[in-house]
Design a protein around this ligand. Structure first.
Ligand code: HSE
Length: 434
């Protein structure tokens, strides 16, 4: 059968990983497909200075992405540039020229994926985006095909490797957030501007895509409550351990009676759960189906090889569809159409909560805090205080019975006005296993 020709735009980590796999694994890929994937064009702004040992000598090398999307031989355009600016023009250009698309672009697909997909369908081309979420974990394929016969009721994931690395190193070594972040930046594990990772925005884009796939609704990142990990301290891990829990940045989607509730936030999770065992830069997705119950997916969330595998596997599936003449045999969002999502406010979520205080110690503090909790009808569960040698900045924890996020917010807002508090209370939900 005829080769399928590929044009790759963006030759950074993921691009070079995908090209290396296409080159070094070419024979096995051809055996699996019955035809070859041929790299016909590559594009990078700095293409002239790149060595590109994995690119065939006869492939076009260009600094202008338009050369790739208009290339007469290219069947599939691989967009690995990222962001929502020029990448969108590239996808528009690919669609206009009826080239199928593979993308790793989580920001763009989270924001506009459903519209891009509609236009791809109209143009009769394929769209695949496995590499956009949890790099090496084939979670799109799972939701799109593997368990598509089930009705998903909940997802809980760890979708940002940088923040998981920081949290689990704080937990392991007892170091502060700032210390571990600075070290991760020096080693190149964390970006110079860490906002997208540590404030939860990267994970939020990924959850938006996974939720659209799982629940068949148009979910954009702005629909999702987000809170980052900057306020977590090493002492929070000590207290969490006392309670049989640990702390992770949890991406959660749950069908409730009110509708689909979505959040990305640090939470206490029981140490006995499989999610608590996810350490370092690993990602994981735990899916609960109405019929098939729990399934769990674990792997590397980033890196040239794991993400490169996702890109190449997408390429293989799209190439098969091109050669069999059946584009979009399974739509990228797993549903024929995405419905309208009506966001459910996180304030309606009910959970037990962990409240951590830092106080300038004096008699009567617990009584005052307990009085505020009682006035909001929040039941106190436990008070914990680990040994501490300073009375002027004394941490302690109160856990409370299941209550609404709204009640907790009202209570902590009232507490924040108390003069003995060194900072507003930190409130973390205690997430039950799915
Ligand atoms: N910055 C992401 C992370 C990897 O730390 O998981 C790319 O999505």
């Amino acid at each position: 059968m005829k080769d399928v020709n590929v044009g790759v735009i963006g030759l950074g980590n993921v691009g070079s990983g995908a090209l290396a796999i296409l080159n070094t694994n070419a024979e096995q890929i051809a055996q699996k497909l019955g035809f070859r994937l041929r790299v016909a064009a590559v594009c990078s702004r700095s293409v002239a200075s790149l060595n590109l040992p994995d690119v065939p000598v006869d492939a076009l090398r260009t600094a202008d992405w338009r050369d790739v999307v208009t290339h007469p031989e290219v069947d599939v355009v691989v967009e690995l540039v990222g962001g929502t600016g020029v990448a969108k023009e590239m996808l528009d250009g690919a669609i206009a020229n009826r080239k199928s698309i593979i993308t790793a672009n989580k920001e763009l697909m989270a924001l506009e994926g459903a519209d891009i997909w509609d236009r791809a369908i109209k143009a009769g081309i394929n769209l695949a985006m496995e590499a956009s979420v949890a790099g090496g974990i084939p979670i799109h394929t799972v939701l799109r095909e593997g368990i598509s016969g089930d009705r998903i009721v909940a997802i809980a994931g760890i979708l940002n490797g940088t923040s998981n690395y920081i949290l689990t190193e704080m937990e392991r070594r007892g170091d502060s957030f700032d210390q571990v972040l600075a070290e991760a930046q020096a080693l190149g594990y964390a970006e110079a501007d860490p906002t997208a990772d540590v404030d939860g925005y990267d994970a939020r884009s990924k959850l938006a895509i996974l939720s659209a796939l799982a629940f068949g609704e148009r979910i954009t990142p702005g629909d999702i409550f987000v809170e980052g990990i900057r306020r977590i301290t090493a002492q929070d891990f000590d207290y969490a351990h006392q309670l049989g829990h640990t702390i992770r940045l949890v991406c959660s989607a749950q069908q409730t009676e009110r509708g689909l509730m979505l959040s990305v936030r640090p939470a206490l999770i029981p140490q006995s759960t499989i999610l608590a065992g996810v350490k370092g830069a690993y990602n994981a997705v735990w899916v609960k189906g109405h019929f098939g119950a729990d399934t769990f997916y674990y792997g590397r969330g980033a890196g040239p090889n794991p993400t490169g595998v996702a890109v190449v596997s997408d390429l293989m599936r799209v190439a098969r569809e091109i050669r069999s003449g059946s584009p979009e045999r399974v739509s990228p969002f797993a549903h024929e159409r995405l419905g309208v999502y009506r966001p459910v406010s996180i304030t309606q979520q009910h959970r037990p909560y962990y409240l951590r205080f830092r106080v300038d110690d004096r008699p009567g503090i617990i009584a005052e805090l307990a009085g505020i909790l009682a006035s909001k009808r929040i039941g106190l569960e436990a008070v914990l205080q680990l040994p501490c040698d300073t009375k002027h900045d004394l941490p302690f924890v109160i856990t409370v019975e299941s209550t609404s996020e709204l009640a907790i917010r009202e209570a902590t807002e009232q507490m924040s006005k108390l003069d003995f508090l060194r900072e507003p209370p930190l409130a973390l939900p205690m997430e039950p296993p799915l």
